[in-house]
Design a protein around this ligand. Structure first.
Ligand SMILES: N[C@@H](CCC(=O)N[C@@H](CS)C(=O)NCC(=O)O)C(=O)O
Length: 202
């Protein structure tokens, strides 16, 4: 098994942290996005959407989408549970991970893609759309701060994939000049705690 990824990108980091939490060793193969290596026919054969991460299984087949890859490993090795344990907890994790993906990770990525010189050689940019996305991403910091005023982790009492998605987004959001404001004290407390987990170094 191996994972094609890019060390600096937020989605691959989600999978690295997930595997580190489960103590699952993995071989990582770097794809240089600055060189556009994700657009080669060879890479598109692994993932038609030309994105990382991509998991290559031992039979030579491929799986992409970060959450699908994480789910696969959750089924193979259920402990520690990172998608929740009870039916209610599983639903909360699903709800919050989707919320974080759709309202935070996605607009952060879109802002980067549409305003940053990194993607200019590869994709058409609509800076106005990028700025709308920056505002949408910024608004979600407050949502997270409120949520974390009521419980230790994003989806409840336990660390989950929703925390991983939120952590990777917040750390990546620096590239679009967004960071946690000093008055978001609950978010700051949570960020410090999850950043101190060994998996955050993955
Ligand atoms: N929904 C996908 C998103 C993957 C994604 O957007 N990957 C980015 C890196 S974080 C990428 O490969 N971007 C290159 C590109 O779009 O050209 C997932 O969860 O894995």
């Amino acid at each position: 098994m191996q994972i094609f990824e890019t060390k600096t990108a937020p989605n691959p980091r989600r999978v690295r942290i997930f595997l580190a939490e489960k103590d699952i060793p993995m071989n990582y193969v770097q794809i240089d996005m600055l060189k556009g290596e994700q657009f080669t026919p060879e890479f598109r054969a692994r993932n038609a959407l030309a994105q990382v991460p991509v998991l290559e299984l031992d039979d030579g087949s491929y799986l992409s989408e970060s959450v699908a890859i994480c789910r696969y490993f959750e089924e193979l090795q259920p402990e520690p549970a990172l998608f929740g344990s009870s039916p209610r907890e599983k639903a909360e994790v699903e709800m919050w991970n989707r919320r974080v993906e759709l309202n935070f990770l996605f607009p952060t990525g879109m802002c980067f893609q549409h305003t940053h010189p990194f993607f200019k050689p590869f994709k058409p940019q609509v800076p106005e759309w990028g700025e709308l996305c920056r505002a949408r991403s910024e608004a979600f910091f407050k949502v997270l701060n409120t949520q974390l005023s009521q419980q230790p982790f994003v989806a409840g009492a336990n660390f989950s994939i929703a925390d991983i998605t939120a952590l990777c987004t917040i750390d990546f959001a620096r590239v679009i000049q967004l960071k946690i404001k000093p008055d978001h004290t609950h978010l700051l407390r949570w960020h410090q705690a999850v950043s101190q987990r060994p998996s955050a170094q993955a």
